[in-house]
Ligand binder design. Structure first.
Ligand SMILES: Nc1ncnc2c1ncn2[C@@H]1O[C@H](COP(=O)(O)OP(=O)(O)OP(=O)(O)O)[C@@H](O)[C@H]1O
Ligand SMILES: [Mg+2]
Length: 366
């Protein structure tokens, strides 16, 4: 109990899991603190340990070592139902023979809540997710999205301190997914409960979360707000996993008061760039996003950064242009707004100009 901050609802201390019969741990020494009311998302590729971690919190999997604290209390000896956590998984797992009403009322009946309280809580919960009028239906008489909303309601109706969700929208089509994302965000705002959400979809993670925890091979790569992860990734892995990125290796030098990256294609001038504190000359990896690059078709000046257009991908309100630089690297450029009026063509030689303001350095060994 020492050192417990009352605002921390969940704490993982050096949590590890090695499944029997495997030679590498599925989760290795994870440390994490979650604040009350925070929306935290575990994001990472398939097999990176997200579900294993969530299931250790839920109590379905016993950690090989490490401690899990909820409100400062070690919960190792509590079975799943005593942890009092709400849970929603990808496969709806509603009781098929029960009505919507009975499904949602179930956790309250189990907890022996008085009947009149159950009545008002279930009605209010169904109203919150716009399912009033569906009380008498059974799960098979509902669409996938409606079933997931019932599952969400059932997980929240008993006011758990934390709601755990493992890819709850994974089985739904994109449009419905986006609608339910908004709904989940609203419910989170209205209830102020701590949400722990798992996804491998980076757009979903960015859209929903206060904090994103990026998993890779059983460990945490980085924890931050969506903007921190997008603008200041600490590793190539994070830079490439969240959104499109351009990575340029080279030697960073300061020449006549200007920062320059000596890259394979020639010097890249970083005018207007403020280096992070402590940055020194030497080998670095420069990251910039597709929206930080401009294309112009007048590749005349000697020191222009020339490239050949390889692919133009039409995306409606924007276009993604992939160009090959002279040294064989590729750069992704995003065109939107006015820039769309000068649509480059495949095979065309163009000049790249990039705005260094948002450029970001990643340590070469990361
Ligand atoms: N019961 C098990 N026995 C042995 N190995 C397992 C078991 N469950 C998971 N693993 C392994 O542990 C690692 C992490 O799996 P986990 O399910 O946590 O990944 P995940 O990040 O949730 O992936 P996904 O995005 O595919 O759901 C994987 O290598 C997986 O093969
Ligand atoms: Mg999983």
């Amino acid at each position: 109990m020492v050192d417990h901050d009352p605002d921390d609802v969940l704490e993982l201390q050096r949590i590890c899991k090695q499944y029997a019969g495997t030679d590498t741990p599925a989760v290795e020494a994870i440390d994490l603190k979650v604040r009350k009311g925070e929306f935290v998302t575990f994001l990472g590729p398939s097999g990176s340990g997200k579900t294993t971690t969530l299931n250790m919190i839920a109590g379905f999997i016993t950690p090989s070592s490490g401690r899990i604290l909820i409100n400062g209390r070690d919960i190792a000896d509590l079975p799943p139902h005593k942890r009092n956590l709400g849970m929603v998984f990808q496969n709806y797992a509603l009781f098929p023979h029960m009505t919507v009403w009975d499904n949602v009322a179930f956790p309250l009946v189990e907890r022996k809540v008085p009947k009149d309280v159950i009545r008002s809580k279930v009605a209010a919960a169904l109203e919150m997710v716009n399912l009033t009028g569906f009380e008498k239906r059974r799960p098979r008489e509902l669409s996938g999205g409606q079933q997931q909303r019932v599952a969400l309601t059932r997980a929240l109706v008993f006011d758990p301190p934390i709601l755990l969700m493992d890819e709850p929208l994974g089985a739904l089509d994109k449009k419905l997914r986006q609608r339910l994302q908004l709904e989940i965000k609203r419910v989170h705002r209205e209830l102020g409960i701590t949400f722990l959400f798992v996804t491998h979809d980076q757009e979903e993670a960015m859209a929903l979360s206060d904090t994103v925890v990026v998993f890779d091979r059983g460990g945490i790569q980085q924890i931050g707000t969506p903007a921190e992860l997008y603008r200041r990734p600490q590793s190539r892995f994070v830079a490439e996993f969240l959104g499109d990125s351009n990575l340029l290796d080279g030697a960073l030098r300061r020449v006549d008061g200007r920062w320059v990256l000596e890259a394979k294609d020639g010097p890249v001038h970083l005018d207007g760039w403020t280096p992070p504190e402590g940055v020194t000359e030497g080998q670095h990896c420069l990251m910039f996003r597709p929206e930080d690059v401009l294309i112009s078709d007048s590749a005349d000046a000697v020191d222009d950064w020339k490239a050949t257009v390889r692919e133009v991908v039409y995306l409606g309100s924007e276009e993604r242009v992939i160009v090959a630089t002279q040294s064989g690297g590729t750069v992704t450029v995003r065109l939107s707004g006015d820039a769309l009026r000068h649509r480059p063509e495949v095979g065309q030689i163009v000049a790249l100009r990039f705005s260094a303001r948002n450029a970001w350095l990643i340590r070469p060994d990361k």
